[in-house]
Design a protein around this ligand. Structure first.
Ligand code: PGA
Length: 241
């Protein structure tokens, strides 16, 4: 079971350090990883030590060179990262990343020895226009077709319309998640014989985490805002263990 915490740009350096100290004692049998802001990465990595893995929220698709403001997968690897999120919905929809960018970043992660967490998900518009499967199929195809090292991949299904809802608005039901995960697992068979873990993300919190993690095809969760407070993060870890 994977419990991945995407801290986005929610925390100050002092808050990220305090949170890392608070959660550094292992309380769960799950594979836990935190994805801090780039500037806090090394500090958080040092604090959580061996008990919790760390990952990049975003990487550049090239290892080195004249790329102002970018941080490569290789640099994250050197700093101790195990994982990297690739194609998170905020990267796609706020920063305009295309499926082609996502593919290049996946390749960069695999080359650097990071485990990529490929995020896919349909928007509300896709859902309303009956384009959910089309969107997911396309995102998977562009990311996975002919990808060397695909067997290291983890896929995170995050319906865009269910992210950052914090209890308000629509959320994806466990039944919908299970159905979609099975569909994704079946799609992945076209690209690899490896058993690629599929995790769920979108307004997961202590109160609903078990309703997702108890499903046969949900192999973990990717949590945003509920992972940025020690009390709710710890409640999630103990609910799952
Ligand atoms: P959320 O974020 O848990 O705040 O909805 C999830 C994510 O964006 O990965």
């Amino acid at each position: 079971m994977y419990i991945f915490a995407n801290w986005k740009m929610y925390l100050t350096a002092a808050e990220a350090t305090a949170l890392a100290q608070d959660i550094a004692v292992p309380t769960s049998d799950a594979t836990v990883a935190v994805f801090p802001n780039t500037l806090d990465f090394e500090r958080v990595h040092d604090v959580v030590g061996a008990s919790i893995a760390t990952g990049a929220q975003n990487v550049a698709w090239t290892p080195q060179g004249a790329y102002t403001g970018a941080t490569s997968a290789r640099l994250f690897k050197e700093a101790g990262a195990t994982y990297a999120l690739v194609g998170h919905s905020e990267r796609r929809h706020v920063f305009g990343e295309s499926n082609e960018d996502v593919r290049k970043k996946l390749e960069a992660c695999i080359d650097a020895g990071l485990i990529p967490v490929l995020c896919i998900g349909e928007t509300k518009e896709d859902l309303d226009n009956d384009k959910k499967e089309y969107r997911l199929k396309k995102q998977l195809m562009k990311a996975c077709e002919g990808l060397d090292g695909i067997e290291t991949l983890i896929v995170a299904y995050e319906p865009v319309w269910a992210i950052s809802k914090g209890g308000v608005g629509e959320s994806c039901s466990p039944e919908q998640a299970e159905k979609t995960h099975l569909w994704i697992k079946n799609e992945l068979k076209q690209y690899t014989n490896a058993d690629i873990p599929v995790i769920y993300g979108g307004s997961v919190k202590a109160e609903n985490v078990v309703s997702f993690t108890s499903l046969p095809s949900v192999e973990g969760v990717l949590i945003g805002s509920a992972s940025t407070r020690a009390d709710s993060f710890k409640a999630i870890l103990s609910a799952v263990s």
